[in-house]
Write a protein of this length. Structure first.
Lengths: 478, 225
């Protein structure tokens, strides 16, 4: 009973229903049977009032006369009077003798009286008159008592009906409740069992249960999407790792079986080791992306000044660009503060620079720029390479995606996925666009709250060594 | 050098033991945390190579913390399959001096182990580094080779300083990236090679004998010929 919520709800319903029904019955009883009683009492009081007035006007004779008149006029034959003198002898009235039970004035008594050989119930009240006389005024209430009994019985039996109705209602509620919950729990069971397709059925009434069903379904959609993502990634891993592993295995087996000299054997082993290093690199990149996507790194957020950070990266990559016959053009403000993860930002931008260098034709220019824009910091890397064709741009940030142009370059198709993950970690965005020609990758990150977005300097003071140097091709400000 | 290796995987342990002994070091081996802690606490080593995850109730971090709480400051290189940045930070916080993620190249391990022991010895402020006929004045930040003054940019200066401080040792590209640039990731392109070759242009090219040597499959070494 306690362990079943539906039963508890049903019981609660039953109790509330019974209580309110009983309150209603009680009120009905009070306002019908009770009203009858009060009417009798009011009639007796009015009657007595009139008699006392008559007595004060004309004494005992007038009183007796009036009583007689009233008895005669009384059509229902339910009026009861009795007057006694100070010695207890009957002076007038239709009772015949004073009922011994009536001892106090001003109180209502219920008596059994015998009138015309029939037992009956009467409601009476005693009034004391000056001179030791006592007056008793009453009404035969047999009919009314019977009516009251009838009412009481009817109301009591209605309680039985109410109890029955309450039980039926509770049962219905329990079933409805059970059905609603059963829908959800059946869906959950099916999903636990491994089938991710079922959804909680909606009644279409738009009520709370519908809304709950909706949020559960939304949650399930999200889980299914994530599962799909995981499946895609594991397929990609299986494929992308299988290739180098297969290669390493083939090399080793081939060398073991056919190597003619130690030199040959060593060469094969070394190549296999470098294949395995490739596998490790893919693993590390995937783990890093996963780590970022989980968002655990947000605890390491600190104030990061993008100015010197980008200048340092430009210094690191400037030499490489020059080596590839490229020019790296830097344009960053002196300071540009954001809240973020220094290591991750460095790695993300280094990935973009790696790509730019990889895809640029000799003699091209790579532009690394940063600027504050409307409470955001915008970092962009533009190259003059082939770019990414429009239809591929959406997929370029997926893990293991490699465009047509990238087929013949080294890489695993994880670089942009990581940049995307880092941008998302910072609640920012990565947008790929056409640099005409080339690729323009823009990371937009929210600036630090109230953070100072510094002014634009011509030569970043943090890296004067390369800005002044003539050894690097063109790492100058615009 | 006397080195303690605490590693439970027999293949990895065998490979590291063989390599370190070939490099001329004396190596002791423990294959669980309890024995490792006992040996580390009761004997004197120049370096401890410590796997993070060990059987025997005491894992690498526990062992390291216990050791440090006993004021044992032997340099410790942590080995771990846990590559997350946070794990690395946790390892260094517990008192580790360096952190190497599995799988690793032996040359990387050897270079880092030798760098650790060197770091332990060169205490006290130095004002001058000398390797062969190459001299670096750390106060005036000037470099000269033979009689000739060599102009270096600040980053080149730091790169050369790092190489000179580890003269006679193999220095890997990752070590340079971490030690000179403070970057903790591997760029896809050969950024370090480019910078080293620029330094070579200034340090070695005008002279007859080279000081910066490329060590195949490992990194670089600065040494007088």
């Amino acid at each position: 009973m306690i362990r079943s919520a539906s039963l508890r709800f049903a019981a609660l319903f039953g109790i509330v229903f019974a209580l309110s029904a009983m309150a209603l019955v009680g009120f009905l009883w009070y306002s019908t049977a009770g009203l009858l009683d009060r009417q009798v009492e009011a009639a007796i009081a009015a009657d007595a009032q009139g008699l006392v007035e008559r007595w004060s006007e004309g004494g005992i004779p007038a009183l007796l006369l009036t009583i007689q008149e009233r008895i005669n006029e009384n059509v229902d034959d339910d009026a009861i009077y009795e007057v006694i003198d100070p010695f207890g002898s009957t002076v007038g009235g239709n009772m015949g003798r004073w009922p011994p039970a009536v001892t106090q004035a001003g109180m209502f008594y219920e008596l059994t009286v015998v009138q015309a050989d029939t037992r009956s119930l009467a409601e009476v009240r005693r009034y004391d008159l000056p001179g030791g006389f006592h007056l008793l005024v009453g009404r035969d209430v047999k009919g009314r008592v019977e009516l009251r009994h009838l009412l009481t019985n009817a109301l009591l039996s209605s309680i039985l009906v109410i109890a029955g109705l309450g039980a039926v209602g509770a049962y219905v509620i329990r079933n409805v409740f059970k059905r609603m919950v059963a829908e959800v729990s059946a869906t959950a069971d099916a999903i636990s069992g491994g089938d991710l397709t079922p959804r909680v059925r909606r009644s279409g009434r738009g009520d709370e249960f519908d809304r709950m069903a909706e949020s559960i379904n939304t949650m399930l959609e999200r889980i299914a999407r994530l599962m799909d993502g995981v499946r895609q990634v594991s397929n990609a891993i299986a494929h992308d790792l299988r290739t180098p592993i297969t290669r390493a295995r083939a090399r080793l087996e081939d060398a073991a079986a056919h190597a003619q000299s130690e030199t040959e054997l060593r060469a094969a082993v070394e190549r296999a080791v470098s294949d395995l290093d490739g596998v490790t690199a893919v693993f590390q990149a995937l783990m890093r992306i996963a780590e970022i996507e989980v968002g655990a790194r947000r605890s390491a957020f600190a104030d990061v000044d993008l100015g010197p950070l980008l200048a340092d990266l430009a210094e690191l990559y400037g030499a490489v660009a020059e080596d590839h016959g490229l020019r790296l053009h830097l344009s960053v403000p002196d300071t540009l503060s954001i809240l973020g993860d220094r290591d991750m930002l460095q790695q993300a931008i280094s990935n973009l620079l790696d790509n730019a260098i990889k895809f640029s034709p000799r003699g091209g220019t790579i532009r690394l720029e940063a600027a504050p824009s409307d409470r955001h910091a915008r970092i962009s890397v533009a190259d003059e390479g082939p770019g990414i064709p429009e239809p591929d741009r959406g997929r370029a940030t997926e893990r293991f995606f490699r465009g047509e142009q990238a087929r013949n370059t080294p890489g695993y198709g994880l670089g942009l996925a990581l940049v995307q993950a880092v941008a998302a970690l910072h609640e920012g965005t990565l947008v790929l666009a056409d640099a005409k020609p080339g690729l323009l990758a823009t990371i937009t990150l929210p600036a630090m709250k109230g953070g100072a977005l510094g002014g634009h300097m011509n030569i970043p003071s943090s890296a004067p060594h390369w800005a002044e140097s003539g050894t690097m091709a063109d790492v100058n400000q615009r | 050098m006397r080195i303690l290796l605490v590693e439970d995987d027999p293949t990895v342990a065998g490979f590291v033991l063989k390599g370190l002994r070939e490099a001329g070091h004396v190596v002791e081996h423990a294959d669980n945390g309890r024995d490792g802690l006992f040996m580390a606490a009761s004997e004197v080593f120049d370096t401890i190579i410590l796997d993070r995850m060990l059987p025997g109730g005491i894992d690498g971090i526990r062992l390291l913390e216990t050791l440090r709480s006993q004021n044992n400051s032997t340099p410790v290189l942590l080995l771990s399959a846990l590559a997350q940045v946070d794990e690395r930070v946790a390892g260094l916080k517990a008192g580790g001096d360096d952190y190497l993620t599995k799988p690793f190249a032996f040359s990387e391990l050897l270079a880092r182990v030798e760098a650790l022991t060197r770091r332990g010895k060169s205490d006290g402020p130095q004002t001058k580094l000398v390797v062969g006929d190459l001299e670096m004045d750390l106060l005036s930040r000037s470099v000269r080779r033979a009689t000739q003054k060599i102009d270096l940019q600040p980053r080149e200066f730091r790169l050369l300083e790092y190489l000179m401080r580890h003269a006679g040792q193999v220095v890997t590209r990752t070590m340079l990236l971490e030690g000179v640039w403070d970057y903790h990731f591997d760029p896809q392109t050969n950024v370090i090679d480019v910078h080293v070759s620029r330094l070579r242009q200034k340090i070695d090219k005008p002279f007859t004998s080279p000081l910066i040597h490329t060590i195949r499959n490992a990194g670089y070494m600065l040494r007088p010929e």
